[in-house]
Design a protein around this ligand. Structure first.
Ligand code: PLP
Length: 438
């Protein structure tokens, strides 16, 4: 989101080419979500980008085809005045290119890549930037799919994952690294999920960047990558706090209607280049229809996330006062003067819509509440228009060993809520009747 020009003449032009200002006034991301990255004259004046449901693109001449392939396969540097041509939808497609430009706006990123799932974005990014022998230092707990990828897939390729608990300070993260043989020299990436699922515990991104800086020595600095699915892209901007790459499951808040699976990776053009290159050869890009649906969703992203957060504040306050609730884990309820509250102030813009709480009792009482909910649906996933509830200990975190669950604070009395855009009074009424079952 850079200059104020609007002279782009085709999808694939740099993201700096679209109107982002009126005079001196910088337009807000929500004002750009309906149009940024697209020009009606490309498509018979269509206000909305069509779905470019095509596998391949016709070249004007054989010379054009040769030029496009040379750039796409990195056989020569792209001429600054040159428009990268459309070739084949595994390499590029207008719906993905427009969406990628549009996504960069929220995080003020240099480049973005869109994938057919959050896991496709994460796995392609990690494989693009890690090599055998590398250490991958990561926060714990991680999303279950990511945890499996690190422990059971990347280890087969000689990559060593090493975890530090969320809530660790810089010294504790460095101690973890220094316990490894040649840890600092082998450190290639610090991978963080904050807030952690399902406890909402925060990781200090500036501390992670300081660890990466200290490990750099004379060589390359390790990359700091952040899965920003739980607060982004509205309420937390990791690139402003020292991160190099931001990852999303677009399935969650960004898609927001529980009707698609998609993912994204954002960062500098330099760091995205190997990721997009590997995406072409692994074929993990999203299809045009998914890209189009995500664009549709981006138009209402801010409206939805604001309403979800307002509702979550109401629900969390209600739960905190309820006699059948032991404890509420919500970013809006962090205690003043604690290290967590200090990180929240620095790093987050709002508490989001994920609320976890413990009922008075254990699994049996938690299940009674879950089975009694009427408006709130019993399902995993999050960030959508409808409210969802689940039991982390036996569902999303079922394969975390019991002793690790205890260490991470995932108790059998815990219920995780993702709050939607319904009437907050209806949500509270539903929770109230369900909690009467405890
Ligand atoms: C859902 C999720 C993922 C995986 O995304 P998919 O779109 O399901 O592949 C990764 N990280 C977090 C934090 C998630 O919630």
């Amino acid at each position: 989101m850079t200059d104020g020009g609007d002279g782009a003449d085709g999808p694939g032009e740099g993201a700096g080419q679209y109107r982002t200002r009126i005079g001196d006034r910088e337009l807000a991301p929500e004002s750009l979500m309906m149009s940024y990255g697209y020009r009606p004259e490309w498509s018979e004046g269509a206000l909305k980008s069509p779905i470019f449901q095509t596998s391949t693109f016709v070249f004007d001449s054989a010379e054009d085809g040769k030029d496009f392939f040379e750039v796409a396969y990195g056989l020569r540097e792209q001429d600054p005045a040159e428009t990268p041509g459309l070739i084949y939808s595994r390499l590029n497609n207008p719906d993905l290119e427009i969406l990628e430009d549009r996504l960069t706006v929220w995080d003020d990123a240099g480049a973005a890549g869109v994938f057919e799932s959050g896991m496709a974005a994460i796995s392609t990014t990690l494989l693009a930037h890690l090599r055998p022998g590398d250490v991958l230092l990561h926060s714990e707990p991680l999303y279950g799919g990511t945890d499996h990828l690190l422990r059971h897939v990347l280890t087969e390729f000689g990559i060593q994952p090493v975890s530090f608990p969320v809530g660790s300070d810089r010294a504790e993260i460095e101690e973890t690294l220094d316990r490894l043989d040649g840890g600092r020299d082998r450190l290639a990436m610090i991978y963080v999920e904050t807030p952690a699922n399902p406890t909402n515990t925060l990781v200090d991104l500036e501390a992670c960047r300081a660890v990466a800086d200290a490990a750099a020595g004379d060589g390359d600095r390790p990359i700091v990558a952040v899965d920003n699915t739980f607060l982004g892209p509205l309420w937390q901007h990791p690139l402003d706090h020292g991160a190099d790459l931001v990852l999303y499951s677009l399935t969650k808040y960004v898609g927001g209607h529980s009707d698609l699976i998609a993912g994204a990776c954002l960062g500098s053009e330099e760091l995205l280049e190997p990721v997009l290159g590997l995406r072409t050869f692994m074929g993990t890009m999203a299809g045009p229809w998914t890209g189009w649906l995500v664009m549709r969703s981006l138009e209402t992203l801010k409206l939805r996330m604001e309403r979800q957060t307002e509702n979550a504040v109401r629900v969390a306050d209600f739960l905190a006062d309820h006699p059948a609730v032991e404890e509420v884990h919500y970013l809006g309820h962090l205690e003043e003067g604690t290290a967590q509250q200090e990180i929240y102030r620095r790093q987050c813009d709002a508490p989001g819509a994920m609320v976890s709480f413990e009922v008075d009792g254990g699994e049996e009482e938690a299940f009674r509440v879950l089975n009694a909910l009427k408006l709130v649906k019993l399902a995993v996933s999050l960030g959508s228009t409808e409210s969802l509830a689940e039991h982390p200990a036996t569902m999303t975190h079922a394969d975390v060993p019991p002793e690790d669950k205890e260490r991470m604070g995932i108790s059998h009395a815990m219920i995780r809520l993702s709050i939607g855009i319904e009437s907050p009074d209806d949500l509270i009424a539903d929770l109230e009747q369900a909690l009467a079952e405890v």
